[in-house]
Design a protein around this ligand. Structure first.
Ligand code: BYC
Length: 322
């Protein structure tokens, strides 16, 4: 390095660190909070994990409204436990993002100001009890595929949070399937309720996987650094292949006139997603965006006294002689 400028020496040191970081990922090692990582890796993870946390917390809202009108006490208890689990998932994920230097206040401010995204699917309304089934079966079904992939993510705290979350999500999906199976085998009216719910949640669930790979600006770097190991379209295809036979077996149809089976690839080929609708919902113009954000803002304001009490308690503990 004789004669090299400070910038060149710094660049070379950066390149060495990056090469070692990428080699660790290639060896399947987890990157842990205190380890060296590129700024862009940290930024991508904070973006993705915090948005994932927001999705869990906002995702409590559509189902939350049905806790008081579940058809039986057993169904009510199960739904209550599921919604509580989603709140817990938000907590694990906010903690995982905090290990990267993001603060809870910054993340919540980003959500409440509309700067941060959350899963578009939660901006659709839950209209009947059958929607609890469709959300569990389709929305949790889609989430599990994505999260099983993320359980292998290169960042240790995210990967470990995902392992725990996936275990619980499996129960969530089963409770949804159980509702849809019960309705599909019930009266004509109940079967129609199940079909109506599947019709309304199918496309929003398909959109959960994100834009086509060709339009996914973050995928390349996330794949390179082992955060994602499968692409948006690959996971979406897996979802369609898994769900279509299940629904057909129950005598339910998929609301996609272009859906067909391709013998050669063994895939169910789906019709095109309405991407205008997807981007519009993400921009804040979905059927329930305003309602969801108003509910979150109110919950945040109502929780102010709890945060203040916790801070006062912590300050008092600190002030006390050991
Ligand atoms: N909704 O470059 P792309 C649950 C954004 S909750 C909104 O492909 P990426 C549950 C994307 O953020 C669990 N925004 O991004 C809870 C990006 O914008 P920014 C939900 C979306 O990150 C309660 C832009 O579009 N799961 O299970 O490579 C009840 C371009 O996209 C969406 C997660 O949160 C979307 N659907 O891939 C029941 C999974 N799709 O940020 C169930 C964690 C894309 O650059 N997240 N965008 O401004 C991920 O796996 C990935 O972030 C995504 C997108 C697959 C969603």
């Amino acid at each position: 390095m004789y004669g090299a400028t400070v910038d060149e020496i710094e660049d070379a040191a950066y390149d060495d660190k990056l090469a070692e970081f990428e080699a660790r990922i290639a060896r399947g090692e987890k990157i842990e909070p205190g380890d060296w990582m590129p700024d862009e890796y940290r930024r991508q993870l904070i973006r993705m994990i915090s948005q994932h946390a927001h999705s869990e917390v906002v995702g409590m809202l559509p189902e939350g409204t049905f806790i008081t009108s579940a058809p039986t006490l057993r169904r009510k208890l199960i739904l209550l436990a599921k919604v509580q689990d989603e709140g817990g998932h938000g907590q694990y994920l906010y903690h995982a993002a905090e290990t990267l230097g993001a603060t809870r206040e910054e993340m919540l401010e980003a959500l409440l100001s509309g700067k941060a995204k959350y899963a578009s699917v939660f901006n659709y309304p839950a209209l009947s009890w059958a929607d609890m089934g469709a959300i569990g079966m389709l929305v949790d079904g889609a989430a599990i595929l994505n999260q099983t992939m993320l359980a292998r993510a290169s960042y240790g705290p995210y990967s470990r949070a995902m392992i725990r979350i996936c275990t619980e999500e499996n129960f969530h999906q089963r409770q949804g399937e159980d509702i849809i199976i019960t309705l599909a085998q019930g009266t004509e009216e109940q079967k129609a309720m199940a079909q109506d719910a599947i019709n309304r949640w199918w496309w929003p669930s398909m959109m959960m996987f994100g834009p086509h790979d060709s339009d996914s600006k973050n995928s390349e770097i996330l794949l390179r650094w082992g955060v994602k190991t499968r692409t948006n379209d690959q996971l979406r295809q897996q979802f369609v292949n898994q769900m279509v036979p299940k629904l057909h077996k129950l005598g339910l149809s998929v609301p996609d006139p272009d859906l067909h089976y391709d013998e050669e690839s063994g895939n169910w080929i789906h019709g095109e997603i309405d991407w205008d609708e997807f981007w519009n919902v993400i921009k804040g113009n979905g059927p329930c965006n305003a309602e969801r954000m108003a509910a979150r803002r109110k919950a945040h304001e109502d929780g102010q006294w709890v945060r203040e009490a916790l801070e006062a308690y912590a300050a008092r503990q600190e002030a006390q002689p050991a």
